[in-house]
Design a protein around this ligand. Sequence first.
Ligand SMILES: CC(C)(COP(=O)(O)OP(=O)(O)OC[C@H]1O[C@@H](n2cnc3c(N)ncnc32)[C@H](O)[C@@H]1OP(=O)(O)O)[C@@H](O)C(=O)NCCC(=O)NCCS
Length: 157
Amino acid sequence: MRFMTLGDVNTVLKIEQAIQAYPWTCGNFTDALNHGYECRVDEQDDEIRAYAVLMPVLDEAELLNIAVAAGQQRKGLGRLMLREILNAARQKNTRRVFLEVRPSNIAAIALYRSLGFAEIGIRRGYYQNDHDKEDAVMMACDLTSSKWSDAGKGQER
Ligand SMILES: CC(C)(COP(=O)(O)OP(=O)(O)OC[C@H]1O[C@@H](n2cnc3c(N)ncnc32)[C@H](O)[C@@H]1OP(=O)(O)O)[C@@H](O)C(=O)NCCC(=O)NCCS
């Protein structure tokens, strides 16, 4: 895993547009980079396979985006990426990480739960879809808990 750069944005955007129903724009990624958020990519043989964006807020953080390229899903990359970005945050003394996810996104919710995220609430009508709104499930992960620390141990590459 390495830091995302502005030069990666076009590639990341292609992956994003191929897999997300409501993809981030180029501006979303460049803003995240320019604000100094934790933007990481996983790359193999010069090919970006996954990325994640985490926004630090004092001793907490918000996971804004995580995605794995279409042909690379269900190989453990999403879990690896999430675990590594949480490990990096924990080393910078981040205590809790929050996120919002569509209730329909079964894959992402299962991934988040597997690394210690728990549901903490619902934001009504958080997502604007084409014709209606969709609620968001709010989740949080306590990075100080021994459960997560043990799960993350030895996973940094
Ligand atoms: C969510 C996402 C990042 C998961 O990445 P991945 O590399 O495919 O996931 P992994 O192979 O690491 O799997 C980790 C866990 O996630 C869950 N999971 C992943 N894909 C799943 C699917 N299609 N159905 C159900 N559970 C799934 C499983 O619990 C899995 O653990 P298991 O393999 O031990 O059963 C990927 O599906 C993705 O990029 N989706 C589109 C973007 C997105 O929705 N991002 C999240 C919101 S921003």
